[in-house]
Design a protein around this ligand. Sequence first.
Ligand code: DGL
Length: 289
Amino acid sequence: MRAGSVGIFDSGIGGLSVLKALRAELPHANFLYIADSGHAPYGERDEAHVIARSRALTTHLLDQGVQALVIACNTATAAAIDLLRAENPQLPIIGVEPALKPAAALSKTRRIGVMATRSTLGSARFRALLGSLATQAEFVLQPCDGLADAIERGVASAANPPTATEIIAACAHHTRAMGQFGLQDGEIDTLVLGCTHYPFASAVLRELVGPDVHLVDTGEAVARQTRLRLAGAVPPGAADSAPGRISLFSTGQAAHLQAAAQRWLQLDGPVETLHFQEQSAQVYQGLGP
Ligand code: DGL
């Protein structure tokens, strides 16, 4: 392991949207990405499952020598970031949460749509964020059951993600449920993509909500935040130094992550399959705060 590695995990391929921004922001850092596809989706599972998986993945990445961790998943951030920070005080941990604040700054109609997993929207962390902005805008919350899963499956199909029928149907269903989009009073003029999978459906969403609505995701902000937090631990490297290495791992189907990484990040490297289980909940009970 070369010095200066950043560990990243998500329930699947969604975190590649964050990895893309990280690679642009820190082109000389080394990244280890784990898609926990063997235990996905997180968004419709109970919190204990997401916490156990987040702990297991963090331990594994620490064993690999990472010097920082990016939780490239809104659901895992909401469920586990406080715990992971408490248990690993030496490790810089950067999380992802729905970009409500940037959306409030952009919106003129003061009506903002938020697409996220059911688990993220129900979390105490998200509720606190929402409460802190309640006077600034009205937020229309949409738990997007099935959408992350459709995006996962869509990449394996021969069709391009923007044309995959299942993704279009899920996006249409969820945007319809939120109401009218547009720039007029009472319309939603800003749509928060509160799950790292959703940027891969942004072309479909753009078609559905029209050209004027802001689509807000967090990849670039997280990448900037990571660079600031790392300051020295993972040097950005000299302009003429070699590009960093990106290593990809999956606890599910390696071919799946490989196809997504090829399609969206033009990465041709191999994907390694990982097999490990979290420790039993019993063991963790003693470690909780
Ligand atoms: N990509 C994850 C997120 O940002 C969740 C997808 C899933 O449900 O597993 O919330």
